[in-house]
Design a protein around this ligand. Structure first.
Ligand code: PLP
Length: 506
């Protein structure tokens, strides 16, 4: 047994053991193992409480209050490992319970034990995805996953990689499109006379605008295309916008569609947009960060009809599929585009074996990163546990629940469904009786005021966490249904709570 206090094997490991023979490595490892077992117990006990609806989803504390509760100062001298468990308890206690069935604030939710295990083990194996020699198992897993996902999209021999989120996946798509449009840009940069222009849905994700900034194109190169009454990009508006830019001497290089838009959850008509993009020689990107999982569902797959025409697709298993953040894939139709855009062939890292196919297994030249987390393992484990069918059922049940919520909203006085839902997001507003006769601008202003006031009160109460956004002239509530444990009863209670808060606040 250890003679001294419990040791942290990072700071007191091999070197200390060799200097102080009375502290053996085996004892240190035993201490560390006991510590991690206790930590795992804490984590699993926490997970067990996530479905307990009597606990708040969130405790809204100010940064000052939270600092006081947590004591975040960094110490000069290292602490006993076991004392960290108290800190971990606090982290669990004061963090937002995103796995709670009444957390509907973001486009992710729930919890998946297999995928959580994958994230834990990724930290245990602690490797980086750049080379096969450093990450043999994870490399093969990533290849299997990317192969499967590209085939599900409909690419015969595509390629892809995991990226740290949908925003980065979208950025990589824009950079790959830019590379195809201006091959010399890789060497010389953009000269400014290329006059590239990209087209995205007016309700597309802001990461596409940011990609234009990062890619050296500038926000002026982004044309926003009108959407229809449910939030789908309008093909006729796209056609007109592209022609207008061509007439003005600019060069369309990318059309970015969305499958599952951030606020209303709309799916653009890919089968109509793709041919327009192609006709103008533009790269056709589909941001399916949120909605890509519909490809598992026999009932809803058709929402992405035409995705097989895309040049690239972003797809985040960390949203609808319940895998912990981050897990996002960027998938491309044509193999070689990623390394052609991002490859730097760093000799110190990629020791190509001339006997082997050098492109076989080192994934590092296909990404924006050098060191890269193992995101494949958690998805691979989750997929083993869920199967295609499990993921499909998850989508079906979430979309069905959204439909039920929309029907409930329509049946209640004072509630107004802003858009018919296409997926798992439901956007709506509420007005208390005294304001229901308001019309036009004044009605929208009251709806905005009520949404914001009620939402703040709900956050303070902590029983539900539901986000809001501007849609069709007013702020709306936007529950995103991504946790299979959320029930219609949770949602009707949420509507009751909104009604009660609004009446009390008026
Ligand atoms: C449609 C869409 N695309 C991309 C993103 C960005 O994904 P991430 O948060 O993983 O960067 C989001 C985020 O919610 C999104 O809704």
């Amino acid at each position: 047994m250890t003679e001294g206090p419990t040791r942290n094997f990072h700071t007191h490991g091999a070197s200390l053991a060799s200097r102080a023979p009375h502290i053996s490595m085996i004892d240190l490892t035993t201490d560390a193992a006991a510590f991690l077992r206790k930590a795992a117990h804490l984590a699993t006990e926490h997970l067990k409480t996530l479905d307990d609806r009597s606990r708040p989803v969130t405790q809204t504390l100010s940064p000052a209050e939270l600092h006081k509760k947590l004591g975040l100062k960094l110490p000069e001298a290292g602490r006993e490992l076991d004392s960290l468990l108290k800190d971990v308890s606090n982290v669990l206690k004061y963090s937002v319970r995103t796995g709670h069935p009444r957390f509907m604030n973001q486009l992710f939710g729930g919890y998946d034990p297999a995928a959580i295990l994958g994230d834990w083990i990724a930290a245990v194996i602690n490797t980086s995805m750049y080379t096969y020699e450093a990450a043999p198992v994870a490399t093969l897993m990533e290849q299997i996953l990317i192969g499967r996902m590209t085939r599900m999209v409909g690419f015969e021999s595509g390629e892809g990689t995991f990226a740290p989120g949908g925003s980065v996946s979208n950025l990589m798509a824009v950079l790959a499109a830019r590379q195809r449009a201006v091959p010399s840009a890789r060497q010389t940069g953009l000269r400014g006379d290329e006059k590239l222009v990209m087209f995205v849905s007016a309700e597309g994700h802001y990461s596409l605008d940011r990609a234009a900034v990062v890619g050296g194109l500038g926000l002026d190169a982004v044309v926003k295309v009108e959407v229809d009454e449910v939030g789908r990009m309008r093909p006729d508006a796209l056609e007109r916008a592209m022609q207008a830019e061509v007439d003005a001497g600019r060069r369309p290089f990318l059309v970015g569609c969305t499958s599952g838009s951030t606020v209303p959850g709309a799916f653009d008509p890919l089968d109509q947009i793709g041919p327009i993009a192609k006709r103008h020689g533009a790269w056709f990107h589909v941001d399916a960060s949120y909605g890509g999982s519909v490809l598992f569902s026999d009932e809803h797959r058709d929402l992405m009809r035409g995705v097989d025409q895309a040049d690239s697709v972003s797809w985040n298993p960390h949203k609808m599929m319940g895998v912990p953040l981050t897990c996002s894939a960027i998938l491309l139709r044509e193999p070689g585009r990623l390394s052609g855009t991002f490859g730097m062939h760093a000799e110190y890292l990629f020791h190509d074996d001339p006997e082997e196919d050098p492109t076989c297994c080192d994934l590092g030249d296909m990404t924006l990163q050098c060191g890269r987390r193992v995101d494949a393992l958690k998805l691979w484990l989750s997929w083993q546990a869920m199967g295609d069918q499990g993921f499909g059922q998850r989508v079906d049940s979430m979309f069905g629940l959204a439909r039920d919520l929309a029907d409930e909203i329509k049946s209640r006085k004072g509630f107004e469904l802003t858009r018919e839902p296409m997926g798992a997001n439901v956007c709506f507003r509420y007005l208390p009786p005294a304001l229901r006769n308001e019309e036009g601008k004044s009605r929208l202003e009251h709806q905005t005021r009520i949404t914001l006031a009620v939402r703040s009160q709900m956050l303070r109460d902590g029983r539900f966490m539901v986000n809001f956004a501007m849609l069709d002239g007013a702020q709306v509530f936007r529950p995103a249904l991504t946790n299979p444990h959320t029930t219609l009863e949770d949602l009707t209670l949420m509507l009751d709570e909104i009604e009660r808060c609004a009446i009390e606040l008026e």
